[in-house]
Design a protein. Sequence first.
Length: 285
Amino acid sequence: MPLVSMKPMLAEARRRGYAVGAFNTVDYGSCKAVLAAAEELRAPVIVQLSVKTIAYWSHGTIAAWMRELGERAAVPVALHVDHCKDVKVIEGCIAHGWTSVMIDASALPYEENLARSRQVVEMAAPHGIGVEAELGQIAGVEEDLSVTEQDAHLADPQKALAFCRALDLAAFAPAIGTAHGLYKGEPRIAFDRLEAISRGTETPLALHGGTGLSDEIIQRCIGLGCAKINISTQLKHSFVDGFVDYHRQNPKDYEPLKPIDAQYRAVKDLVAGYVRQFGGAGKAG
Ligand code: 13P
């Protein structure tokens, strides 16, 4: 089926109490692996790419892979740009048929973040494109984006609710103590803030920093309205290890399709595990 906006997908997930996995892919093979896992489990899914990955391959190339893969899939698939600070990159996504975008103006003061996010919602709405925006700042490194522990701060629930009332968002990402990359210790999640935000708005919430969270944290966050869960770091590990491990075990084998297939299967298995954990299996219509 054609690629879809994540807005109705996430609204339904929030209503029914599960989360849609949003997986950061890096090439055609990883996109194909994510869709194959979703298809096998009959789950809606979000394929998201970083601005750095778009700069590497181009908007049009990625959209072409995803249109081709999406049209063959019988499950809803959204194509999303993750953590985009640059409105020009978002214009490119809109022009090339992407169905979903994240404007990350979280480093700006509240009013400027709101104004920039509103500008993107107004640009995207006529094209039926869903928008995610962030408040507070999530720590860690995600591609070109790096937020130190000192700069990271949690979302203020009152401001978060005002932000959600002011904007018609497909997903709202409040910083609640999770982080991009690998956790050094046990993450401290501000469940009190998440609960206050979740009680005050029906906007589906996006949980960033999904790699390394315990099942207990994940299920609690889903119960508190998180309907989109982002996985990037673990997918990158499976992607690289899948290829490298095959070669280590078969050092004389230089048939590229074999390590490529091992890599594909490693990513597909990883995604399938997360989709089941998030409760998305069987939810695709
Ligand atoms: P991880 O790096 O924890 O997988 O987080 C991914 C993410 O939130 C991307 O925006």
